[in-house]
Design a protein around this ligand. Structure first.
Ligand code: ADP
Length: 192
């Protein structure tokens, strides 16, 4: 296809009313990534935005079902997720990607693959004790019983962001307060 026939980013932006963007939610299991990304998706969608919540569990169940939880497989899982998020952002979506994504370098790799300002890192932060107390999926209990090897926060490291674009302390702030901050972040980025 000749370049003149290809649909440009500007044309997509004109059609959808905003550019594509990746909002990357990172944090321990149970910190609140899925809750906040799906609630934000609803909020943006209801405003007429093209928004899509890309969830780690869904990606693991399909695209990455061949991968386990070794450091190498975790990196590959996040690399693929980053690729998908980038493609969706290229298509014009505001992608709300919720992945534990424990390693700093892999998150930075996703940021550097995207145009400047088109990636925002959100650190969904709650202390391990809080996440474990919530134990939404019963995973911590299984990890403590050594039924889940290499579980982030227990037997596998989590590298917290050093300079996230937004940090949400979900043990101190309620869901609505967090959503307000997220909404403000997205609206700021869409103006860039
Ligand atoms: P993750 O996707 O990070 O594994 P989940 O979103 O599945 O975490 O679970 C987080 C749990 O914490 C949910 O039960 C949610 O209702 C609760 N929660 C309490 N306060 C908050 C908050 N401020 N933000 C997000 N979740 C919260």
């Amino acid at each position: 296809m000749t370049p003149a026939l290809a649909v440009s980013a500007r044309e997509r932006q004109n059609r959808y009313g905003h550019p594509g963007l990746v909002v990357w939610f990172t944090g321990l299991s149970g910190a609140g990534k899925t809750t906040l990304s799906t609630r934000l998706e609803r909020r943006l969608f209801d405003k007429g935005r093209l928004a899509y919540a890309l969830d780690g569990d869904a990606v693991r169940a399909g695209l990455c079902r061949d991968l386990g939880f070794s450091a190498r497989d975790r990196r590959e899982n996040v690399r693929r997720a980053g690729e998908v998020a980038g493609l969706l952002a290229d298509a014009g979506f505001i992608v709300l990607a919720a992945f534990i994504s424990p390693f700093r370098s892999e998150r930075e790799a996703i940021r550097s693959a995207l145009p400047p300002g088109r990636f925002a890192e959100v650190f969904v932060n709650a202390p391990l004790a809080t996440c474990e107390g919530r134990d939404v999926k019963g995973l911590y209990q299984r990890a403590r019983a050594q039924q889940l090897p290499e579980f982030t926060g227990i037997s596998s490291p989590y590298e917290a962001p050093l300079t996230p674009d937004l940090e949400l302390r979900t043990d101190q702030e309620g869901i609505e307060a967090c959503l307000e901050k997220l909404n403000a972040l997205v609206e700021d980025r869409l103006k860039l």
